[in-house]
Design a protein around this ligand. Sequence first.
Ligand code: SF4
Ligand code: SF4
Length: 348
Amino acid sequence: MTEFAEKIVNKAVSLNFEKCGIIGVDAMKGYGEKLANRIERFPETEKMLRNFAHFADPRQKFPWAKSVVICSWRVGVYRIPYNLNGLIGKHYLVDGRRNKAADAYRGNMLLEKYMTDELHMHAASAHDSGITSCRWAAMSAGIGSIRKNNFFYGDHGSYYALSAFLIDQDLEYIHTPTHKPCSDSCNLCVKNCPTRSLAEPYAMCSFACVSYLTNKCYDNGAFAPLSSEIGGWIYGCDVCQDVCPHNKGEWLGDRDFPGLDELAGEISPEKVVMMDYEYLRNVISPKFWYIAPDDVWVWKRNALNAMRNGRDKRYEAAIISACSDEDGRVRAIAEDMKNGSGKNAERK
Ligand code: SF4
Ligand code: SF4
């Protein structure tokens, strides 16, 4: 069995994953406690967090599962177009989970194929919807650690994507972590979180996180109270990672991510507000898939919000154009902005 574990880890490394570890599914139980603590700390998020309860016991959905293979992929190697910095979270820009042209996508597919076709295992992956908690699995397998901002850190900061696979074999390959923990005196991530979502070390209220607010919050009443704090972000947020000293110099940006430069030319707050809905559904939504095609009006809400926070004269034409947008929710926000009031923006 050790031989199988080594074969999987070596194959993953040959496919350019930085690290790979393997743990028994029982090692995921600790995630259940973490979830319970989070619910106790932020009871308002209970309903949403309960959706992840099965992550602590992958056998609920995959009764045959015995181990979790967890791999880290370094994403900080990709060049981020200048105009998208501070607008869209970097991880989303270089997300290879559904992008068939991305190396990480290919790596995921080939590793799964290797385990099924060559090692004759039953293997399952869900690179985009999740079969278990990748961060918890990665920490348990020793391929990195979780810092006070709740992000996974490997040898090169937090700029990684994680991929989990369930297999029907009892295997284990656990690394000895070498990372120093956060210093007791550092509080930079908590201090700089724009919405105070990261309320204290290791404790983040999802409903207040800019990533949640811009990707998953479609209720303008819930969005409005934190809309100023969201600043210029229209999809995701990098602040608690970018301020971290352990990330200093770790986003290398010396390689091109497929299609990113071409897309970058199409994206700015004004361009998003004036964007054709077909383009939003057919081009933007497949890449930034947390916002589904039916919900793409949210892109315009977020872009208008970034304009409101940016207070720049150059946005006027886009705001006036949005007053005749085909979606009433977008029109209401734009009209409020044009009239200098915030009332309608708070309506659902
Ligand atoms: S991603 Fe942004 S909003 Fe969310 S916890 Fe980090 S700094 Fe706060
Ligand atoms: S900013 Fe400081 S406290 Fe936060 S994760 Fe980085 S080292 Fe830890």
